[in-house]
Design a protein. Structure first.
Length: 440
């Protein structure tokens, strides 16, 4: 093991030995190298005369650029857009995002969390979590309705065992008991269990109630108190897009960060969907747990391991993307602009609910609970979802996502309010076509 990795492990063990136990074999061996990047950082601070360390080209003291490139990003200096960013991410962006996280999650007041480390979107963040915290044959608990890429990242690439529990109760709430039973079964057999929570949920668009969130936090804490290490990954990709009263407005991460030494909460969020900049690929990884007498040293060790994983994976994330996001966050009009888009999304969600309340559709499908996010799902009663999907495309030019035999996912995020009733009327027509033996 590299001595730098050993030093970081020692820091983590001294602060919270259970977190060291949770690290994967890769995670235990990760470190942030003191090679070119560290030497370049030292030179940037001290080499006031000549600096020949970093692998970029310069001209007249500034990054060398092509006019055809800078014409597309006028008003932004090359050093703000075209140079390498640190593997941790831009310091100003990390600090600003953590400040914003506290503002959006008042329950974090008085709790210590890490500085976010920048990832290339939340998909990359999940992959980093897999490298750092997941060994082959580790169990990851997920609901029976889930984003398929979790299996690709954690199941296929990291060889984890995906265990699923029922998402909804019969009356349409989050099935906390199913989670508790599944977690208890795994805790009896294992020293470590990983739970991935995704609110607002993809594909259903469901976020737990305040009461359900409290129950989930209690279940997770109880298992940690029983002697099992529990890693809770909070995928908050659609954070903030909650449309109903009584629903959890904060991240469940806020309820978990200081519950127990054996409970590690990892928050994955980003500008990707919160700020409608999908292609900029700016996500964040933030850690929260009891961190001993020197939390700053403990979190610095976790941040170094995470940045080392970024370094050994993609080197660093786009400087240009991070600068665009940072400038947006600092813009005085930012909050008003976000509220405008939130209200637009909320109106669409409410229109979906209003349209689907029409009993005309009752014979064709049931509606899964939804109250947030980009999506909602219906469960077809009489025909196959994939056949409906193909028929919708072939006859009507309408695109939806089929999930299994019965479920269709609707991304109302990309529908105008005026198109919502037409969409569901068209789905109904496609269902009726197939019931009559027409189509696929």
């Amino acid at each position: 093991m590299n001595p730098l990795a050993s030093q970081l492990n020692e820091i983590i063990e001294n602060a919270n030995p259970h977190v060291l136990e949770m690290l994967s074999d890769v995670g235990k061996n990760l470190f942030f190298p003191k090679g070119i990047l560290a030497q370049s950082a030292e030179a940037k601070e001290k080499a006031h005369r000549l600096n020949a360390t970093i692998g970029i080209a310069k001209e007249a003291g500034r990054p060398m650029v092509l006019q055809s490139v800078t014409d597309s990003i006028s008003g932004m200096a090359p050093e703000e857009s075209l140079t390498y960013a640190p593997s941790y991410g831009l310091p100003a962006l990390r600090a600003k995002w953590r400040d914003a996280m506290h503002g959006k999650n008042p329950s974090l007041a008085g709790k210590t969390i890490s500085l976010p480390v920048v990832a290339n979107g939340i998909t990359h963040a999940i992959s980093l979590v897999g490298d750092i915290w997941v060994d082959p044959e580790d169990v990851v608990l997920l609901p029976d309705m889930m984003w398929g890429n979790y299996n690709m990242i954690l199941g296929v690439r990291r060889k984890a065992v995906i265990r699923q529990y029922r998402l909804f109760t019969e009356d349409g709430g989050y099935d906390v008991d199913a989670l508790a039973e599944s977690l208890a079964r795994e805790a009896e057999k294992r020293d470590k269990v990983i739970v991935l929570l995704n609110f607002p949920h993809n594909p259903t668009g469901y976020t737990v109630t305040e009461e359900e969130a409290d129950r989930i936090a209690g279940v997770l804490t109880s298992v940690a108190e029983g002697g099992t290490n529990v890693i809770v990954v909070c995928d908050d990709a659609y954070f903030g897009l909650v449309y109903d009263d009584g629903i959890l407005k904060e991240s469940i991460f806020s309820r978990l960060t200081d519950r127990h030494e054996r409970l590690l909460a990892i928050k994955l969020d980003g500008a990707t969907k919160e700020n409608y900049v999908w292609g900029l690929r700016v996500g964040f990884i933030t850690y929260g747990c009891p961190a001993g007498k020197d939390p700053a040293l403990f979190y610095d060790a976790l941040e170094r391991k995470t940045a080392g994983c970024v370094r050994g994976n993609i080197s660093n994330c786009s400087h240009l993307s991070q600068t665009i996001v940072l400038r947006s966050l600092l813009d005085p009009a930012y909050q008003a602009q976000k509220q405008e888009k939130y209200l637009l999304m909320s109106r669409r969600a409410k229109e979906v609910k209003a349209v689907l309340a029409d009993p005309t559709y009752a014979a064709a499908w049931d509606v899964y609970p939804f109250n947030s996010g980009y999506f909602m799902c219906i469960r077809l009663k009489t025909v196959n979802a994939e056949k409906v999907r193909v028929h919708l495309l072939d006859k009507y030019g309408v695109g939806l996502i089929a999930l299994g035999d019965t479920d269709l996912r609707v991304a109302f995020s990309c529908l105008e309010e005026s198109d919502i009733r037409e969409l569901f009327d068209t789905v109904l027509a496609a269902v009726q076509d197939l019931e009559k033996g027409q189509g696929v």
